[in-house]
Design a protein around this ligand. Structure first.
Ligand code: AMP
Length: 398
């Protein structure tokens, strides 16, 4: 079955066409600068050239139309007609408490996703635009919604409840939700497979470390706890996000600097994390390079990131009363041997040791990075959120 996977941002649209029978990507790309001018990238598989071109995309409608036209183009396309697209799988960021699994989208679902927009004002409205556009252009193809938050809906009340007056949960559903659920679910399943562990009885930890980063404790195949909260701001220090911070510190800075709440949120989301500490970059390659030539603040940013990651891993081992396997994934998790080494070295007390040679792994390689005699296996498992969405879409339709 050919499934079109759509991931809409406010001014971008990433897409992949995946044959779910072979799990091969037939074509993929991105529409950028929607509403500005429009930049279109198309990468068909099978040796054909990558196309990158400016294309006028005032709204997401033109972007989706151009994706479809390109996929069905007689010269460069990979399918004959629109009818070859059996279904469309949409990444939706926030499903609140309404969506614990993927759904076939209808008007009622759209209404509920719109209601969740208050919890993810930057993402959900863009996701809804993508859905409505695809519904209009492909009225015969079922549209499936796959939620970032759904995997974490198994968290228990004492895990997701903030210690603030309960009425805010009752009135506004203020609680911890967690994100990157599609990735944590995909990677934990694969981790159990490669380690030959029964997922249903296992205790796993997945470190999804990309521009946004989160750690999840996966207990018996279900999310037990995860480091992000109501929004993706809680938890680890990230590229540009602060992660956990004392609200008292925020109040103090706001008073001293005369900052508005909007300015504070912008600072915490876009100017903090390793970028904020280093004053240099949010990219870990830059940080290691600068540290190597004596830039102390880049070194400090790496120390802060790794230390907090180690604390979360330790906390989740305690929360699950043990761990059977650990995985690293996403940009940093899959490529940064220095970060992985620091975490694993702190697990020596449990009999977990790093295989230095295997830890050189980079660029999408699935590999065990703990020594063969380690008490617990540690793996790098490349994440593939698009494939996970395509699988969910096909499974739901079957
Ligand atoms: P993602 O959001 O999963 O695409 O991850 C992007 C981040 O991965 C970048 O901001 C970098 O910090 C990090 N990254 C990518 N490649 C490398 C690498 N070779 N070494 C260290 N970090 C990397």
């Amino acid at each position: 079955m050919d499934v079109l996977v759509i991931n809409c941002g406010s001014s971008s649209l990433k897409y992949q066409l995946i044959d779910t029978d072979t799990e091969k990507v037939m074509a993929k790309g991105i529409c950028e600068r929607i509403g500005v001018d429009g930049l279109f990238t198309y990468k068909p598989t099978g040796g054909m050239a990558i196309k990158k071109a400016e294309f006028d995309m005032p709204t997401h409608t033109e972007a989706v139309q151009h994706v479809i036209d390109t996929l069905t183009d007689p010269e460069n396309g990979v399918i004959e007609s629109l009818d070859d697209i059996a279904a469309v799988g949409h990444r939706i960021v926030h499903g609140g408490e309404k969506f614990a699994e993927s759904v076939i989208i209808d008007d009622e679902v759209i209404k509920e996703v719109e209601e969740c927009s208050a919890l993810a004002p930057l993402h959900n409205p863009a996701n809804v635009i993508g859905i409505k556009t695809c519904m209009k252009l492909m009225p015969n193809a079922p549209q499936i919604g796959v939620f970032d938050t759904a995997f974490h809906q198994t968290m228990r009340d004492y895990v997701y409840t903030y210690a603030i007056p309960y009425e805010y949960y009752e009135k506004y559903k203020v609680r911890r939700y967690g994100f990157h659920g599609t990735s944590h679910s995909f990677v934990s399943k694969r981790l159990a497979e490669v380690c030959d562990i029964d997922l249903d009885t296992s205790k796993l930890i997945v470190c999804h470390l990309g521009g946004g980063a989160s750690v999840t404790a996966v207990y018996r195949g279900k999310s037990f706890d995860t480091s992000m909260g109501l929004t993706p701001l809680e938890g680890l220090a990230m590229g540009t996000r602060s992660g956990d911070i004392d609200i008292g510190a925020i109040n103090y800075i706001a008073e001293k600097e005369g900052m508005s709440f909007e300015e504070i949120m912008d600072m915490l989301n876009k100017k903090s994390g390793v970028l904020g500490i280093s004053g240099n970059s949010s990219d870990f390659r830059d940080l290691w390079n600068s540290r190597a030539v004596g830039d102390e603040r880049s070194g400090l940013a790496l120390d802060v990131f790794c230390y907090r990651l180690i604390k979360y891993v330790g906390a989740y081992i305690a929360a699950m009363n043990g761990v059977d396997a650990i995985a690293f994934t996403a940009g940093i998790g899959e490529n940064d041997e220095g970060v992985r080494q620091r975490v694993i070295d702190k697990l020596n007390y449990m009999g977990v040791f790093l295989d230095g040679e295997a830890n050189q792994a980079r660029y999408g390689k699935e590999v065990r990075i703990s020594t063969p005699d380690s008490k617990i296996p540690v793996w790098v498992i490349p994440t593939d959120e698009e494939l996970a969405i395509a699988r969910e879409t096909a499974a739901l339709l079957k």
